[in-house]
Design a protein around this ligand. Structure first.
Ligand SMILES: Cc1cc2nc3c(=O)[nH]c(=O)nc-3n(C[C@H](O)[C@H](O)[C@H](O)COP(=O)(O)O)c2cc1C
Length: 177
């Protein structure tokens, strides 16, 4: 299967980067093809709802790094979204990419699987409730099946994450696809 991973964090050695690496390790061991897109290091303009993509000659206004991601998104069997929680939601870099799915909305209504991996400082799930609700709504709308989630509570730093079994959960989720 083709697995596309989209991350949001600007921390190259942060908590979500570590979960991403473990997830990829598991998925590669299971023989899957990986494409990783680190949104924080890409040029992705937020959607402005100009609707040109839904017009008579559909095209996105922005000629940015979504042109690199889009072919992989369309081919993907699994799409994994990975973000730190910022103010009770996914971060802006990942959200900007998701909103740009709009340009390929019809094509993305497909038989895909989705994964969500989050980390956050709080030691309860409360900070992740909004992100999880959005993910469930979005996957339901697009007709994607949820393959699994990893939600790392009490993980402000990489050291804290490494003392938990969330990296193991991420690895096993990648391997189970
Ligand atoms: C702008 C900002 C907002 C944050 N908001 C929350 C929050 O609402 N709840 C929470 O538990 N942690 C919050 N955090 C903590 C991060 O989610 C946490 O440190 C995470 O491990 C960072 O992941 P990363 O190392 O992959 O970037 C916030 C951090 C930042 C920088």
């Amino acid at each position: 299967m083709k697995v596309v991973i989209i991350t949001g964090s600007a921390h190259k050695n942060g908590t979500t980067a570590y979960l991403t690496e473990q997830f990829i390790k598991g998925a590669q061991e299971a023989g899957h093809e990986i494409f990783r897109f680190d949104a924080a290091f890409k040029d992705v303009h937020p959607c402005i709802a100009c609707e040109k993509c839904h017009g008579s000659s559909p095209v996105c206004t922005f000629k940015d790094d979504m042109r690199e991601l889009n072919p992989h998104l369309l081919e993907a069997d699994v799409i994994a979204l990975v973000s730190p929680i910022y103010y009770y939601d996914i971060n802006a870099q990942l959200k900007a990419v998701i909103d740009r799915f709009y340009a390929n909305d019809a094509l993305l209504h497909d038989n895909k699987k989705a994964v969500l991996m989050l980390t956050m400082a709080d030691d309860t799930m409360e900070s992740a409730d909004g992100a999880i609700a959005s993910f469930k709504g979005m996957t339901n709308f697009l007709g994607w099946d949820i393959a699994g989630t990893v939600v790392g509570v009490n993980c402000m730093t990489l050291d804290m994450l490494k003392k938990t079994n969330y990296p193991e959960q991420a690895y096993k989720l990648g391997k189970s696809l």
